[in-house]
Write a protein that binds this ligand. Structure first.
Ligand code: SF4
Length: 365
């Protein structure tokens, strides 16, 4: 039996229509298939009972409906859920994107669903990975510990959101953040394609304003993103108030200065009119001093950006410590008094290592 070449999460309606026509099916089969997958969460073609039996059997042979297999599912006490997904990447030579290098066994990535409820609305945020491992290797983050193994395709990114959307009977995923494993802008084309699918009415219909792409800083790619006119939120993982501190914790800061990064951020803001968020992980005695807060306030004011403070989440084998709540509040207050819009981001899912900086690409945690 031939191996399916096409992966449904990588296809848009037009490409799927071309495929079904070549398999001697009517063009409207494409819309029916997408409705089953995205609208009804069905990925077994044999269950698609408004299709003829012949077409269901052809689809089962010709179309790959999932590349991921959940090898571990964990639930935290705060309702956060984490999936470790193993990717079947035994792709035939004609398949697109051969960038995924399999080092030992099949590649694995983690993704997280974070529910939140306030008085007026409920949110379910999907935190997804864009790469297997990470090329940046921030010294405080588990995701970069083993380096980069490869890129995920747009379909593999979308499949993570699709799978996380099935975890809860609370309703569909409302927000997506590219804050799992990987540097999203280092896998630019696939991330941009994934965003378009996430936003599309024929797929998940998530508002662009509720999709956040977080980057540690690739100025040229920030400019490219601004020019795409995707209505997403950009978050820059700054994590330091100056180049000297930044170089100590982010290896790529050797190649990109904060001035270059902030210049690209300004361009993004001017071109899109959308405010940038600066992400700042607080590491005890490294970047959490009052003078750091004052320096950071200056940067945020110049960029007219808001700031998310993240209290470091411990990772075994990493030498950093989580600052105390009082130190975090003091840091926040200095920023707020300087007129900066600042929030402390709650650490979610820490008891299952699902919080910021704790995701890995192996089952060894
Ligand atoms: S913080 Fe982000 S960019 Fe840095 S190593 Fe972790 S996943 Fe990569």
């Amino acid at each position: 039996m031939p191996q399916p070449v096409d992966y449904v999460f990588d296809l848009d309606p037009e490409s799927l229509r071309e495929r079904v026509l070549s398999w001697e099916m009517p063009a409207y089969r494409a819309d029916q298939i997408l409705d089953w997958v995205y609208g009804r969460h069905v990925i077994n073609p044999l269950e698609m009972n408004n299709l003829s039996l012949r077409d269901r059997e052809v689809l089962a042979q010709r179309l790959c409906f999932t590349r991921g297999r959940v090898v571990r599912h964990q639930s935290a006490t705060d309702g956060t859920q984490k999936l470790l997904i193993e990717w079947n990447d035994a792709r035939p030579p004609t398949a697109p994107n051969h960038s995924l290098a399999v080092v030992a066994g099949q590649p694995q990535t983690e993704c997280v669903m974070i529910p939140a409820q306030d008085t007026t609305r409920s949110r379910r945020t999907a935190c997804v990975s864009s790469q297997v491992g990470c090329p940046v290797g921030c010294r405080f983050c588990a995701s970069g510990l083993g380096g980069l193994e490869g890129n995920l395709t747009a379909g593999q990114i979308v499949e993570q959101v699709w799978r996380l959307g099935m975890l809860s009977d609370l309703g569909r995923i409302t927000n997506v953040v590219f804050m799992g494993m990987g540097e999203p802008l280092a896998n630019f084309d696939q991330v941009a394609r994934a965003v378009r699918t996430l936003m599309a009415d024929w797929a998940l219909g998530i508002s662009g304003r509720k999709i956040t792409i977080s980057t540690v800083g690739l100025p040229a790619q920030i400019r490219r993103l601004a020019e795409l006119d995707l209505p997403v939120t950009l978050a820059i993982s700054l994590h330091a108030p100056n180049d000297e501190v930044r170089r100590r914790i982010i290896p790529w800061a050797e190649f990109v200065t904060m001035a270059q990064l902030l210049e690209a951020g300004r361009y993004y803001f001017e071109r899109t009119g959308r405010e940038i968020t600066l992400e700042y992980v607080l590491l005890h005695a490294v970047n959490d001093r009052p003078e750091h807060a004052r320096e950071l306030a200056q940067v945020a004011r110049e960029l007219r950006s808001n700031i998310n403070l993240i209290q470091f989440n411990e990772v075994p084998a990493l030498p950093y410590q989580r600052p105390g709540d009082a130190e975090v509040r003091r840091f926040r207050d200095i920023l707020a008094q300087a007129g900066v819009n600042v929030h402390i981001r709650a650490s979610r899912g820490r008891d299952i290592a699902a919080a910021c900086g704790q995701l890995r690409h192996e089952a060894r945690v």
